[in-house]
Ligand binder design. Structure first.
Ligand SMILES: [Mg+2]
Ligand SMILES: [Zn+2]
Length: 190
């Protein structure tokens, strides 16, 4: 066995609340709020020695819905909220692309948009992470498919507000209601 072990963490619907109806990612800073218990779960994982790597798809700017600066503001504000709770991610990767986007610089095929495993593979390469000993936690099929493609284990968080993004395509190693329960799974199996 070699390498650091990491928990790859999806963002929206796992760490922060989904907003509006149908539920989606926050598109403005004012809409960002942490899911109760999420910060504590991340701290427990970090204290137990797991690297925390955020991996998030954020295609709204590619689709022309909002400016990229706005999405960067959402991310910065989320990290501020987490810092205030004592949580520090070791790395946080975002795919800003969409295959059918309208903003040319952000559109077209990419290797980072989940279910592709690019963000996980790149982080693993750069930080020396042992993928087979690592986990991905997310609330959509795309998260679980990315974990399978990267060769790590997956925990599906069944956030009720993102049920429309799950149809059972992935084969998660565990299914839980929230990040707190995901941390329980990861910490006990370790
Ligand atoms: Mg999500
Ligand atoms: Zn991408």
């Amino acid at each position: 066995m070699s390498g650091a072990r990491a928990v790859f963490v999806d963002r929206d619907g796992v760490v922060n609340e989904l907003v509006s109806d149908p539920p989606e990612s926050s598109l403005s800073m004012q809409d960002v709020s942490l899911i109760p218990g999420a910060a504590e779960a991340l701290k427990r994982l970090a204290s137990a020695g797991w690297l925390l790597i955020g991996v998030s798809n954020q295609p709204a700017a590619a689709k022309g819905i909002v400016a990229l600066e706005e999405l960067e503001g959402v991310q910065a504000h989320l990290l501020e909220l987490l810092t205030a709770e004592g949580v520090r991610f070791d790395d946080f990767r975002i795919c800003w692309h969409h295959p059918e986007g309208v903003v040319p610089a952000l559109s077209g095929a990419c290797r980072c948009r989940k279910p592709a495993p690019g963000m996980l593979l790149d982080a693993a390469f750069e930080l020396g992470i042992d993928l087979a000993g690592s986990w991905m936690v997310g609330d959509t099929d795309a998260d679980i498919l990315a974990s399978e493609a990267a060769g790590c284990r997956g925990v599906l968080v069944e956030n009720e507000r993102s049920a429309h993004k799950r149809d059972g395509r992935g084969r998660p190693d565990a299914v839980v209601p929230d990040l707190e329960a995901a941390a329980d799974v990861i910490l006990h199996i370790r």
